[in-house]
Design a protein. Sequence first.
Length: 107
Amino acid sequence: MIKLSEHPRAKRHIRLAKSWAGLAACTFAGYVAWKGGLPFFDTVLRALLWGVASYMLVWFLAVHVWRQLAIAEVRAAEKQWLERKQEAERLARERAVQMQAEMAGQS
């Protein structure tokens, strides 16, 4: 089982993505609301709501993306391990054949 909370790059990237998304949405929504002529309370409320909403949306999306990336990393590592294993088995078979040939030549 892959835990993104224990994956060092995933944890960092998810944290960065959701924090920047929340900050950017909060700033943009506050700017648009203020320039739209809304009172201060409504401007702050909209900025906070948009910041929280985008934070949660980007968190969900980042976790989904990193799950797929982590699965791909595991599959790539497994493929690499199998290739190394097959190469080692091939070399072992070649050595065994070579040793049998040497034994037959000595007899």
